[in-house]
Design a protein around this ligand. Structure first.
Ligand SMILES: *Cc1c(COP(=O)(O)O)cnc(C)c1O
Length: 432
């Protein structure tokens, strides 16, 4: 498959090069030059297919021939070593639990897939690739875990000191091996700025191959199509009109759902559920896209003022506002509404949602007001214990830590403190 840059100022390239570069040389996001729908029989018979078969069919056109079929099958199988259950709350609303992976966040799927692709590309390469990533919480843990021990790949994670949860910090500072955690004296935006600066700094990039591992990378973004198909498989015999409500930050997850729809998955409509960071909600109301600085909320993985994947969504819908509006609704909710939703879900359904999932639930409820016949699935993007303080305080109930979390809590944190860009540069150059 060929990929082009959405800035249209860089040459087309293949999957391998798009994965290794992350971003095109003109700073545009890569996008597949063609999307071939799967045959209708695939969706009619999806009930008989295993998750690995479904995922392989969905992704192969985007990857072959850069990774041979048997290797790609093995990568998919290795990526998907946990479950994706749909849990019904009532006749109108279900949740798709994406938190059964090693770091209990949906980002495990993309991080594991990307790590294995990069590992394959680097098998016979003596030059290491360095994955450089800034995290406000969940990305760091998923990337660290996904890339742990992958030959030829070093991972450097920048996180804001004191601004990620205790569990999240342990997940990214206790692995060792090819993973280094840099603890930045600053906020998330400082980490992000340093990473962006490093990618543009030829005194670094002349000496080492840097790549990103956030959803701008096609190998992290595209596998997120899989679980929309797994949810459809579980619900297709029960409901006609299936709608997804996706708690959105950088809009990579929802954009992957839209790719699944392009492949022919019968999804009736998408709901972008947002916290106070409401650029897209406002865009759909006013037709004006106005990026803002991010606002801090209790659903902090969605505190994004200028979602990087929105440009891919525009491309999918051919920059046609009406077409987009017919497929996408968006609602924005405050922290108080989020907490009230967590309480409601707990009291009415005895289900514990994390703050991000709770916003997805509110998206379903808002949509249901005008569409009572649809069945809405909200994505539960992280396990509630990852946001332990706010969840326990809101529902007034103590939660037991799952085994994956307990296992890291006992390990020792190892991080290197840095306070400015020069520190980062010195660290990176010392690796070469
Ligand atoms: C990353 C993340 C999101 C937002 O996903 P995007 O693909 O950036 O829209 C939502 N919830 C949680 C828990 C996350 O970690």
């Amino acid at each position: 498959m060929n990929y082009y840059s959405l800035n249209k100022q860089a040459p087309n390239t293949n999957f391998k090069d798009a994965v290794i570069k992350g971003l095109a040389p003109d700073k545009g996001l890569y996008f597949p030059s063609e999307i071939k729908p799967l045959p209708a029989t695939f969706f009619e018979q999806i009930g008989q297919l295993s998750p690995v078969e479904i995922a392989f069919e969905a992704i192969k056109q985007f990857v072959l021939p850069d990774i041979p079929e048997p290797t790609l099958k093995a990568i998919v199988e290795d990526t998907l070593n946990f479950d994706f259950p749909v849990v019904p709350l009532n006749e109108q609303i279900s949740t798709l639990e994406l938190f059964h992976g090693p770091t209990m966040a949906f980002k495990d799927v993309g991080a594991r897939f990307m790590a294995r692709c990069l590992g394959y590309f680097n098998e016979n390469n003596n030059e290491d690739v360095t994955v450089l990533v800034a995290t406000s919480g969940d990305t760091g843990g998923a990337v660290a875990n996904g890339f742990l021990g992958v030959k030829g790949v070093n991972v450097v994670i920048l996180y804001p000191s004191g601004k990620v949860s205790a569990i999240q910090e342990k997940q990214l500072t206790t692995l060792g091996k090819n993973i280094t955690a840099l603890e930045v004296d600053g906020v998330f935006d400082d980490c992000q700025d340093m990473v962006k600066k490093a990618f543009l700094d030829t005194s670094i990039t002349d000496h080492m191959q840097l790549t990103s591992a956030n959803s701008i990378n096609v190998a992290r973004w595209l596998p997120q199509m899989f679980y929309f198909m797994f949810a459809y498989k579980q619900l297709q015999r029960k409901y006609e009109d299936i709608v997804f409500s996706i708690p959105s930050g950088n809009f990579g997850n929802i954009c992957a759902g839209m790719m699944a729809q392009q492949l022919g998955l019968p999804i009736k409509h998408f709901i972008a559920a947002n916290n106070a960071n409401n650029v897209v909600t406002e865009y759909l109301q006013t037709k004006h896209y106005i990026p803002k600085s991010s606002i801090q909320t209790i659903s902090n993985a969605m505190d994004v003022g200028n979602p990087s994947n929105f440009i891919r969504i525009q491309e999918i819908y051919q920059h046609n506002f009406e077409l987009l509006q017919n497929n996408l609704s968006s609602f924005s909710f405050s922290d108080n509404e989020t907490k009230a939703a967590m309480t409601e879900i707990y009291e009415q359904y005895h289900y514990i949602a994390d703050p991000h999932g709770a916003i997805g639930y509110l998206g379903c409820k808002a949509y249901a007001e005008k569409h009572p016949d649809a069945h809405c699935v909200f994505l539960e993007t992280a396990h509630p214990t990852k946001f332990l303080d706010v969840v326990e305080e809101t529902i007034h109930t103590a939660m037991e830590l799952p085994d994956q979390i307990k296992a890291v809590m006992d390990k020792n944190k190892v991080s290197k403190k840095i306070s400015n860009y020069e520190d980062l540069k010195t660290f990176l150059l010392a690796m070469t």
